[in-house]
Design a protein around this ligand. Structure first.
Ligand SMILES: C[S@@+](CC[C@H](N)C(=O)[O-])C[C@H]1O[C@@H](n2cnc3c(N)ncnc32)[C@H](O)[C@@H]1O
Ligand code: SF4
Length: 354
């Protein structure tokens, strides 16, 4: 289950997520609407969730007791992974206490960088001290697992800035790190300023550096942008990569069931209005045919350490991609990307057999 919280204190200029900075007056009505949408799915027979991910936007902007009250309406299987995305500015002991009281057992912190210059180039509102305070609060709350999100490749970030960020992240002993190359998303202010766009070769150098440093610290790469200690992989993310069923709640949330995908209306205003009227919040849907679904499954699998069946590539391609695709260490019938391959995952995907 995914629950979307579409509110932020300020908008980062690289971000294309469905989130607003001028809708605080809608927060209470939005949370009420979420409870209604969740309750009606439960009444319609929705099974207990194997994983729950509360993302945004900025879930920590919502009063912790209010978010806990939404989470308490969600039926979850015993032992389910329940994650809340947190911004470093907001994390307090009260947040962690309220989250723990309703079964949250993982938080994902939007750390991004430990360099003040890089954070300000990203347009972030937090500084390195916020990150230190937030991580200390998370650790003190005995949260069973946590992730740190990092971004590399913003204009002006040097390789040594990035090295210092990764060193600082590792000093927190995180069980999980997601490191994302800054992506230029269409329609964002960043997209309109080509002189600030990241450089592929610089991002490749930074990817190799973070992979070396995290691997040396015992964090294993299990998907192109994700590293974890054994047993701390994100179960929720694997559900997307394995093309399992998921149900999204809230505006702009996406759902998938057996090849049918649908998504809710994008704005919180419209979402609240439709729920109040008792109407469907579904905006549109698509049904994937088997070949498209299979192809997507291969593209997603290729990005993970599980890889794909060897037969997904022709023998000619396998020969051509020597050093990029190699046999899976535990299963000769599958192939996985090497690190060089991970740098070119999208290009390798275009060589999958039809
Ligand atoms: C849904 S966002 C929200 C998390 C939280 N609001 C925050 O920003 O700290 C989850 C993560 O996606 C990453 N992200 C968002 N936009 C990105 C972009 N254009 N390029 C690379 N990473 C991005 C950031 O690392 C962010 O922490
Ligand atoms: S990156 Fe996070 S904080 Fe920034 S606008 Fe997007 S969701 Fe909000």
């Amino acid at each position: 289950m995914y629950i979307h919280i579409p509110f932020c204190a300020s908008k980062c200029d690289y971000c294309a997520f469905a989130t607003w900075t001028d809708r605080d007056h809608l927060v209470d009505a939005y949370l009420d609407s979420l409870r209604i949408e969740i309750r009606s799915a439960v009444d319609a027979g929705m099974p207990e969730a194997d994983t729950v991910f509360v993302g945004g936007g900025t879930p920590t902007l919502v009063r912790p007791s209010d978010l806990a009250s939404v989470l308490s309406t969600v039926p979850v299987r015993a032992g389910a992974e329940v994650t809340v995305e947190c911004n470093p500015d907001d994390v307090t002991p009260a947040h962690m206490e309220a989250y723990r009281s309703v079964g949250v057992n993982r938080v994902s912190l939007g750390m991004q960088s430990m360099s003040l210059d890089v954070l300000s180039a990203l347009g972030r509102t937090h500084d390195p001290e916020n990150v230190e305070r937030a991580v200390a609060t998370i650790v003190d709350s005995a949260m069973p697992s946590f992730n740190l999100d990092l971004i590399y490749g913003v204009a002006g970030e040097s390789l040594s800035d990035w090295k210092q960020t990764v060193e600082s992240a590792l000093a927190f002993d995180p069980p999980h790190i997601s490191a994302y190359g800054l992506t230029v998303e269409a329609g964002t202010p960043l997209a309109a300023q080509p002189d600030r766009h990241p450089d592929d070769d610089d991002q490749a150098d930074k990817y190799e550096l973070v992979d070396d440093m995290l691997t040396d610290a015992g964090l294993e790469n299990y998907e192109v942008s994700n590293w974890s200690l054994p047993g701390h992989e994100s179960v929720h993310n694997f559900l997307y990569w394995d093309q399992d069923d998921y149900r999204g709640f809230g505006c702009a949330a996406h759902s998938h069931r057996a090849g049918r995908r649908w998504w809710n209306v994008r704005t919180p205003d419209r979402y609240i209005e439709l729920i109040a009227r008792g109407d469907s919040v579904e905006s549109a849907a698509e049904t994937l045919d088997d070949s498209v679904r299979r192809r997507e499954g291969l593209q997603l699998g290729l990005r993970t350490r599980h890889g794909v069946e060897r037969s997904a590539f022709s023998e000619e391609t396998l020969e051509l991609l020597e050093g990029i695709l190699v046999p899976h260490p535990g299963d000769p019938g599958r192939v996985v990307l090497t690190r060089r391959g991970r740098l070119m995952a999208n290009d390798v995907s275009t060589r999958l057999v039809d």
